[in-house]
Design a protein around this ligand. Sequence first.
Ligand code: LLP
Length: 474
Amino acid sequence: MATPANPLAPDWLREPADANELHPGLWSRTVDRIDGRLVVGGVSADDLAARFGTPLYVVDETEARQRAAEVRAAFADAFARVGSNAKVYYAGKAFLSIEIARWMVDAGLNIDVCSGGELAVAVAADVDPARIGFHGNNKSLAEIDRAVALEVGTIILDSVQEIERVAEAAARHGRTQRVRLRVNSGVHAHTHAFLATAHEDQKFGITLTDTPAAVARIRELDGLDFLGLHCHIGSQIFGADGFAESAARLLSVHKQLLDDGPVPELNLGGGFGIAYTAADDPSPIDELATRIAETVASGCAELGIPIPVVAFEPGRSIIGTAGLTLYTVGTTKDVTVSYQDDGETAVRRYVSVDGGMSDNARPALYGADYSVRIANRATDAAPALVRVAGKHCESGDIVVDADYLPNDVAPGDLLAVAATGAYCWSLSSNYNYVGRPAVVAVRDGEARVIVRGETEADLLARDAAYAVNKEDIA
Ligand code: LLP
């Protein structure tokens, strides 16, 4: 029997007829319910929890590899249709480990890193340095030196100072470094809408007005080989309009730059969105790729210039849906909440789990929404509005702000939160001395740890006083 909708539910949240349902698009394609139990990559969630404990990051290797290949093909095909080529870099900041870097390279992608640490992971994964793009708005001299010494394929220059720094490193190592220049197109996009301004108030890149002089300087320096402009307009973007506007702005400067030398490439960054809830409806990647390729092609035709090779740097759209997080329910509480001035009340059920903002900071940082299901069983119980909270000492420690779970959800149940593959592990912390969970990859019925979880010993190991005491004892 249908229950009246809970007035505390946000407008976008639909009460499901069946609170066990796994909404397509939110979960990786191997996720299914078999005998009531959620299964991913052929392994059931309760087996994973029993073997590896919770909280647990689970990455579906098949999905990650397949998405990487699909995204690469979407851009390659779209640009081939307009007579050009596309290059795809996986944005490692979304989720990088040695294994994940290898999956991406196997799928034909390049790797975008934005720090010495990410570069070290790519190197440890034996990624050919020629396939690495090195980002960062304030790379250290040591990071620049290492990247040049390693012969990374491209360095994305982010300031006028960096032009000189990379040129000096190139001279020191007796080589020529291919570089892109990051510019700020004045387009900023988020989810549905984009904002176009003359100048964006942010730290990345240089303005379009300053670009010709910066490129002239790059071209003056022997050790630098100018590849083209780069722009990244935002993240979790659902449509193509922002990319189209940004590309149009970049192409007019790109044309000017062609007067004084070659400009073989254009890099439009990443930012393609995914669904976190059933209300999210991002455009499929092949549609976005087609729209962007057509816009670039028609822009180039209008300007009378050849279509450059266009590079992209997707992160979330490759790895986001491939990840899910498993938690165990510890406590449940029904909290009566007044929601109107006249004293109307409704009940919100808080379901507390054994992780939280240390393994997923996105709800606390960005107000991000997620979706949750019971993973160890299916039940006929009616749906109840829940808020899944973590175990940290902060009221903003929310994992899932609002979703419906069967109202018999109870301590000991296993919960799966969908689409946690991007920017969860990579933004994780040790807040409250909670160790980061392990990352387990699943594929064809097998599960294996690809990043081990942190133990209390790991957490104490960097405490200098602890080390001294240990030596005293030894
Ligand atoms: N390229 C550049 C230069 C970037 O700055 C980023 C993301 C990407 C590519 C990849 O964007 P993606 O395709 O993954 O959207 N922590 C935030 C997202 C920050 C994105 C930062 N830059 C979040 O959790 O929503």
